[in-house]
Design a protein around this ligand. Structure first.
Ligand SMILES: *Cc1c(COP(=O)(O)O)cnc(C)c1O
Length: 381
């Protein structure tokens, strides 16, 4: 079976995890800050808060920006459910902005139109979560301009995009946003098994996320009410969670960071080779925005809606584990029950009905890729 995505673990990664297992600390030890420093330095963000997965990072981002009942968060419907669920965890509500027909990212035009309307009805969003679909950054400069005009916060869901660049700078530097999150699930660009991180240039947001990551408990006397009872003393000053990353995960992540640039370069090469081999076929290839260097988490192609099911089944019969990204979030039964439905975001829905993600990961061989291409050619006939 050729899967659509897969981790790339080498002997150094294994050694890094083994070293932790033989050390004094399995969690809350030195590997966690080491990994956080590696990511924040790579991305050139001031602060990094690692957590147990990116869903937790989205939740902490929303909590630290004080999203709550009565507030609204907007995101793209072409994403994994977690990008929207984080608002519901906070008791806020969710709405969506349809995608751009070329990048499949949140459309800046649709966002601008929706904001104009929302201003009139007094329902402006508190947070907008642009999702860097398939590893390609959203048009952050334009989204930032809208944020300055309408006063919302920005959380970049960059789960697909570590190692990618926008206008020549690393995704994750938070130049245009308040917080950026990455996922380290095994299908993503680098992995920690499960894991996520939140980056920010705002020291207060970082402090709040650190507090909420660990039960809302502080050991810092300056944050306590009244006097500290002594060196053993802590106080719970917020309702937080246990969202910590372990040292095994962090050590794996730090080791994977050494190969991040190589991983992305390899993904870029495989994507370029797909583009070459698939040119001339009746499929729409993923368009690349000139301002963006994509991390290429995914290689989504579009086929005729009427043929998608048949082509998908052909791939699976040939043991090629293609996938579909994404089932529009607003069409999930849980979201339909909140009042959304088919027809709400037509660009996202028509993209969904034509999309197939071809296998793309750093260890995919040319032979395997040729087999994927041959299978697609076969299926298109
Ligand atoms: C994978 C993913 C998430 C969730 O990441 P986890 O680390 O699995 O919690 C969120 N958003 C997007 C766009 C993702 O692809």
């Amino acid at each position: 079976m050729i899967p659509y995505g897969k981790q790339d673990i080498d002997d150094q990664d294994i050694q890094a995890v083994e070293d932790v297992l033989r050390s004094d600390w399995l969690t809350q030890g030195p590997a966690v800050p080491r990994f956080e420093n590696a990511v924040s330095q790579y991305c050139r963000a001031d602060h990094a808060v690692s957590v147990c997965n990116a869903t937790a990072a989205l939740h902490l981002a929303c909590r630290s920006l004080e999203l709550g009942p009565g507030d609204v968060l907007w995101t793209s419907p072409n994403t994994f459910v977690a990008s929207a669920n984080c608002a519901l965890y906070c008791g806020a509500s969710v709405d969506f902005v349809d995608i751009d027909s070329r990048t499949y990212n949140m459309s800046v035009e649709a966002l601008g139109e929706k904001l104009k309307l929302a201003e009139r009805t007094g329902r402006l969003p508190k947070i907008v979560v642009p999702v860097h679909f398939a590893g390609q950054s959203c048009e952050m400069r334009e989204i930032r301009q809208l944020a300055d005009k309408y006063g919302f916060k920005i959380v970049e869901d960059a789960s697909h995009a570590i190692g990618g660049r926008y206008l020549g700078e690393s995704v994750g530097n938070c130049r245009y946003s308040d917080i950026t999150i990455f996922s380290f699930h095994p299908v993503k660009i680098i992995t920690t098994g499960e894991g996520g991180i939140a980056l920010t240039n705002d020291a207060l947001l970082a402090e709040r996320m650190q507090l909420l990551r660990s039960h809302g408990i502080t050991r810092n006397p300056a944050q306590m009410s009244g006097e500290s009872d002594g060196a053993w003393y802590y106080q719970q000053i917020e309702l937080g969670y246990n969202y910590r990353m372990t040292d095994m995960q962090a050590a794996l992540g730090a080791s994977q960071m050494n190969r991040l640039d190589a991983f992305v370069k390899r993904r870029q090469l495989i994507a370029a080779r797909y583009a070459l081999k698939l040119s001339g076929l009746p499929v729409i290839l993923p368009w690349q925005h000139p301002d963006v260097y994509s991390a290429f988490h995914l290689y989504p192609v579009r086929v005729e809606k009427a043929d998608r099911q048949r082509i998908f089944d052909k791939f699976r019969e040939a043991e090629v584990g293609v996938n579909v990204h994404y089932i529009p979030v607003h069409t999930q039964p849980y979201y339909q029950q909140l009042g959304f439905g088919w027809g709400d975001f037509p660009e996202t829905e028509s993209y969904y009905q034509e999309a197939i993600s071809l296998p793309l990961y750093s260890s995919l061989t040319e032979g395997e890729q040729d087999f994927v291409v041959a299978t697609l050619k076969d299926a298109l006939q």
